[in-house]
Design a protein around this ligand. Sequence first.
Ligand code: NAD
Length: 310
Amino acid sequence: MTRAKISIIGAGAVGATTAHWAAAKELGDIVLVDVMEGIPQGKALDLWEAGPIENVDGTVLGTNDYADTANSDVVVITAGAPRRPGMGREDLLDINKKIVETVVQEAVKHSPDTILIVVTNPLDAMAYLAKQVSGFPKHRVVGQAGVLDSSRFRRFIADALSISVEDTQALVLGGHGDQMVPLTRYCTVSGIPIADLLPKKKIEEIVERTRKGGGEIVSLLKTGSSYYAPGAAVVQMVEAIVKDKHRVLPCSAYLEGEYGLSDLYFGVPLKLGAKGIEEIIEVPLNETEKAAVMHSAEAVRKSIASLRNC
Ligand code: NAD
């Protein structure tokens, strides 16, 4: 059996960390691409040389040439500028639109059958753009947001209850912005609803911290945005694809009527496997949750509409 080929476009903080987590899990041969000469080569060589310590095989190649990405099973798009303090994700739209257009064109030229995982912000708009530019069917273009947002939510729940993160489950729907919708009703500790374990006020605090989780890290780092947890989130998706795990994960997907929404990328629970998105799962929502979803969708629609004006 041959190893999976995973190409990561953008060898910056998120791209390199994604490569790191993927190599540590021995998910396949990794290709790291960037416009900066020497950066992907140096990072890839360094990571490859760590293989003997971690007992992992597989190649890690750094390059500026998309020909090296040919026939990738998965292509992860992380190229683009990150936020700085005071910036919202939407402030990145202008600059990242041009970058994502170029890198998607190049990547799909060499891997016409690949599955694209989009990470660049503003996430839902960039995933929409990647689908347009690639011309791929909707099941082969998926955005990473919900796995990260749900991980933050789970971390805060585990911390509040002094329990293992392993026993926490969370579901965060919606756009990857401050209007995201953590569905607290569907958040449990080993099947026990968190409302039975934590006071309402504490849950509200956790929801708020989850919504602002990205910004909290930007304001601490000052020079960029988070990358360890985003990289780990991407790798959970990559693993679901290369191992055909049929995992149920919250990811950004192109909707055609699901949740009453159409023609936008939006965070929903879906089944992810070797063919990409296998199924979008619609969970019943109460009126408050529906209103929150619509509010979040409005923000995503605005972001997608801005793509046309820049
Ligand atoms: P970074 O600045 O560390 O790295 C970006 C890399 O992209 C740089 O190495 C740069 O040279 C490269 N690049 C720029 N133009 C390119 C091109 N045309 N072709 C190839 N490479 C190119 O930034 P980062 O922290 O890695 O963040 C990357 C993106 O991911 C940002 O847009 C950020 O907002 C986003 N992000 C998304 C999530 C999420 O959950 N979806 C989480 C964190 C960061």
